[in-house]
Design a protein around this ligand. Sequence first.
Ligand code: PLP
Length: 400
Amino acid sequence: MNQKPLEKEKILATLAKFKDEDLKYSNGNILASMCTDANPLAKEAFCNFLDANLGDPGLFKGTQALEEKVIKDIASLLSLDKPFGNIVTGGTEANLMAMRAIRNLARNEKNIGVIDNSSEFIIPEVIVPRSAHFSFEKAADMLNLKLVVADLDENYRVDTESVRENINDNTIAILGIAGTTELGVIDPIEKLSKIATENNLYLHVDAAFGGFIIPFLKDIGYDLPSFDFSIKGVSSITIDPHKMGLAPIPSGCILFREKKFLDVCAVEAPYLTTKKQSTIVGTRLGAPAAATWAVMQYMGREGYQKSAKDCMETTEFLADELKKEGFELVVKPELNIVGFNHPKIPTEDLAKILEEKGWMVSVSTYPKAIRIVLMGHIKQTHLIDFLNSIKEIKSSLNIK
Ligand code: PLP
């Protein structure tokens, strides 16, 4: 650390140099991110609430009211009138909060995972699709849960028979995903709900990605399945404003159907203005709540419908053009993610060459495929350039 204070201009100039090394969404070469440039008004709102601490809400009553308002707005998007939940840092924290609540409830309600000396300790089990985001591995590690992996069907959605087969006396919950990380497919939540209800299990839905696009695509006529609280067995949903919601990072959201999910996580917070705290984070930034509220007001349902439609149009354009070039799609895109392979080019090699040409794609794990997430910053002109690179690669490899 420098001994003497530095001038503001010097500090800002150094920061600008570091920032120059970052890629920019607007350049159109970030092809595999689930985040994008946040809405400008949301950024402004974010900056205005940088000092608000939701961990001590008695001091920041206005920000607390905003959090309650935005939770209600997001919940109404997901068919829930009386929500309980929080604005958090993202999908990982939301999933962690859901797993913590479910684990604690299972201790009380099912006597699973209870730590006492009299009986053998039973590790609670959660059935997750093979496509689950790695945040569940972190949650399992922190909460001492066992993840039991259910197979996927031929469309890479969870196979509900596999879920049924994996249920045993130690199972406490099932996970369904509305918009998988790798392919953007939507698990059959209605069927999972039936299984959960029949077996007295919690059903958590990870809609970190899909939550801010599926409802709007349904509005404008896309035939997509239900995934939200209108399905009776769904007990909690993760939905990320900082993905398709156009809020700045870090903006996530966890919603619970009942208050008991928060109550069972509450600990005493003696020196604060509220006496109990259920969130994982203590000192908690108010800015994401303000920014999410602002961007939702600004976009309105119509604004999100348009941005969802635009993303699907670029997705369909890319998918069609890739097929014309002899590529095979892993699945027909349900949301704005395309997974593809070429029968004659090893996937990892193709990813490497694309990266050398400046295209930041990623490679999915199951199945192995090039994965492109068509966020709003990717325009058709960028895709035309990308497809030209693809054509060059094919011709350099002598592939017709
Ligand atoms: N859940 C899903 C389905 C995701 O796709 C992701 C991230 O891509 C997460 C959870 C984790 O979200 P975050 O990176 O915001 O913690």
